[in-house]
Unconditional design. Sequence first.
Length: 81
Amino acid sequence: MTASVVLKQNELYHIYGVWLFRGTEMPPEFKGVDDVNYYTWTKVDHNNAEQKAWVDDLWSWESSNNWNGKGEFTAGRSWGC
């Protein structure tokens, strides 16, 4: 499953997303994609309250902390894999 949001800040658009993988590592199918290095991949620590809140915001398309100052919500999408 995945969710993404588009945030606008200073006339620039930024896309943030979250992927939910089974297990503790990124599947090899993702590592073999040509553009994988264009993205910043971060393994979320579910015990870290700040990271958990960010993931919750992405899944719900609503932010309890105004998107950490990363911009204004413009669009969102969620889908299952």
